[in-house]
Design a protein. Sequence first.
Length: 210
Amino acid sequence: MRECLSIHVGQAGAQMGNACWELYCLEHSIQPDGIMLSGQALGGSEDNFSTFFSETWAGECVPRAVFVDLEPTAIDAVRTGTHRWLFHPEQLISGKEDAANNYARGHYSVGKEIIDVVLEQVRTLADQCTGLQGFLIFNSTGGGTGSSFTSPLTERLSVEYGKKSKLQFPIYPAPPSVHSGWRALQLCPDHSRHHGALELCLHSGQRGHL
């Protein structure tokens, strides 16, 4: 098996995660409650199911994913959304206060309080894999949690899973957001190059919602 773990960080990461997992479920005929319409077991001949989903004893498909935000709003949207039964509650991690668009706050103080909880859940999911290939990280470089928390997270992942690949999908701010754009450029070397993450950059245009 070749499994990948997805980590959705901050509001943008959670919104991307909602869209991605809805699409994955449609592609594999999985209902919002995790039941596969075809009745095909994940352990069958098609290993592509097992790359992104695990199977419970009851035959339910569970995403190999962790959602995290320093404040609960974005994660609560997942908890109460259409696919709320798809995820195990421990996969949806939220704090009580956000980074307030302060990089130092999300990196050193508020983020530090929750990072061990996130890594413990990552370890739990990694232990369920027989051939973990790496991590898919979704975040925004212009946000509070997305920028400040992703940096120490990728650093810790590099320490604990040094040989595993990290593919990052960062959203960069639109040009009108000058301050956020400048901060994003400053942060790029910190949480990608220094910790060996390959980036596939996404740009949030003026019509975007992220």
